[in-house]
Design a protein around this ligand. Structure first.
Ligand SMILES: CC(C)(COP(=O)(O)OP(=O)(O)OC[C@H]1O[C@@H](n2cnc3c(N)ncnc32)[C@H](O)[C@@H]1OP(=O)(O)O)[C@@H](O)C(=O)NCCC(=O)NCCS
Length: 156
């Protein structure tokens, strides 16, 4: 668990908190253009995400203010749906979620954090580059926007 004063970021195993996570993620991704596919995801989708991996949440006064999902992918921990509530942005919540993900990765002997950002969202690329991720490739799934693959190698 990482205590950042005003908030704490740590894995959450309580599936009863998933409706709150869904609301936070939808609020965080609401403004993106073109709209993110996460806006069509439901509680059932998030329950499947939790069965497949881990959800890390940042909480302030017991309320979820940010979250990400992490799933093991070979030697990597793959991160998706990184989200901070708009009212909590630029206070290190995203960085704290990434630090907590790094702890989960180390405990699982993963050597990298990986994620994808949409090519059409250069701000997201810049954000993760400033968080020590580097672009490792580019791709596109059928019917989906082009993405950049990014990773942060975990040092010993
Ligand atoms: C990306 C996101 C999670 C960052 O959350 P955050 O809690 O504000 O991040 P931090 O506080 O750790 O980092 C803030 C720093 O990153 C910068 N930053 C934050 N979001 C940024 C973005 N989307 N693009 C570029 N820079 C960004 C801020 O300018 C700030 O830098 P500063 O402190 O020098 O001003 C948040 O903006 C968000 O929820 N975005 C919408 C969802 C999304 O696009 N997620 C990523 C897709 S996987």
């Amino acid at each position: 668990m990482a205590d950042h004063g005003a908030f704490i970021a740590a894995p959450c195993t309580d599936r009863a908190r998933l409706p709150e996570v869904l609301a936070v993620v939808h609020a965080a991704f609401d403004h993106l253009q073109p709209p993110s596919s996460v806006m069509r995801e439901t509680l059932a989708d998030f329950e499947a995400r939790l069965r497949a991996g881990t959800v890390i949440v940042a909480q302030a006064d017991g309320k979820i203010i940010g979250s990400l999902f992490a799933v093991r992918d070979g030697d990597a921990l793959y991160l998706t749906r990184v989200a901070t509530l708009p009212a909590w942005r630029r206070r290190g919540v995203g960085a704290a979620l990434l630090t907590a993900a790094e702890q989960v990765a180390r405990q699982a002997d993963a050597t990298r954090l990986t994620l994808r950002v949409r090519v059409e969202l250069p701000d997201n690329r810049r954000y993760f580059e400033s968080a020590s991720f580097v672009v490792t490739g580019e791709g596109q799934d059928p019917g989906r926007p082009r993405y950049l693959a990014m990773e942060r190698t975990l040092t010993a």
